[in-house]
Design a protein around this ligand. Structure first.
Ligand SMILES: [Zn+2]
Length: 245
């Protein structure tokens, strides 16, 4: 058991190195990031209604807390916002705001799938993807127009495929570290992709479901990554045993 724990943490350490080192310019003062996060959250709330259901909120917060406890920004207080929206979507803003729609919550089949989604969003926050966008846009807190533009960017997740891949990988590390099945995100994407025609006919389609974003290729690459991670852990276990002998 102890050996298993050692091997597990070693594997995580090796894979955590994939978190890129951020340059001075990429890291914003956390205080500034929080102010923007709050302002953008207000913009989002102006357009979308918050779901107050206590049971649903608790389900999101319970999974979120376990992931936040193992992520790379432990000092940040993550805020989980459940939206009264039947479309299947999840997104994150600067300052640790994680948004989940009621439609998504209804679609997930288990905690591992939900953890896969939240882990991916927490990874976007840790990788400061929204912060980089903020910097590039020269946004100011006084410009309602700019804030609205940023809110749209966040809701419709116009990140590059490269950013998505980074968040997929880091999210998988977080879910595994928090004790969830790391296949949750891939399982969710696979089911979502398979249900696409039915979901489109029910009017729940939006960017989150586009084949270029969530297709068999993305699922394949997440599964390959998990398998690499597990192989790396196994070889480290063997190395550890060899050293003990
Ligand atoms: Zn994403």
């Amino acid at each position: 058991m102890l050996l298993e724990i050692i091997a597990f943490s070693l594997g995580v350490i090796v894979f955590s190195k994939l978190l890129p080192t951020l340059s001075e310019e990429e890291v914003m003062q956390e205080e500034t990031e929080l102010m923007f996060g709050e302002a953008i959250d207000q913009e989002i709330r102006n357009h979308l209604t918050v779901e107050e259901d206590a049971t649903m909120n608790l389900a999101v917060q319970t999974v979120g807390k376990r992931l936040a406890d193992v992520c790379d920004r432990k000092g940040l207080v993550f805020k989980y916002v459940l939206l009264k929206d039947e479309r299947i979507n999840a997104f994150s803003g600067p300052g640790g705001y994680i948004y989940i729609t009621r439609g998504l919550l209804k679609f997930v089949e288990n905690q591992d799938e939900l953890a896969g989604i939240i882990g991916h969003e927490i990874a976007h926050v840790c990788l400061r993807h929204a912060v980089k966008r903020l910097r590039d846009s020269n946004a100011s807190l006084d410009s309602k127009e700019k804030l609205d533009e940023l809110a749209r960017f966040i809701v419709f997740q116009k990140y590059t495929a490269e950013c998505e891949q980074e968040a997929d990988k880091l999210g998988v590390i977080y879910t595994r570290k928090a004790g969830f099945d790391p296949n949750g995100l891939a399982n969710f994407f696979e089911r979502l992709y398979a249900s696409q025609p039915r979901i489109i006919s029910r009017g729940l389609f939006e960017r989150f479901l586009q084949a270029t974003i969530i297709g068999p290729e993305r699922v394949k690459s997440i599964r390959e990554y998990i398998s690499q991670m597990e192989t790396s852990e196994r070889s480290e276990t063997r190395e550890k045993v060899r050293q003990k002998d």
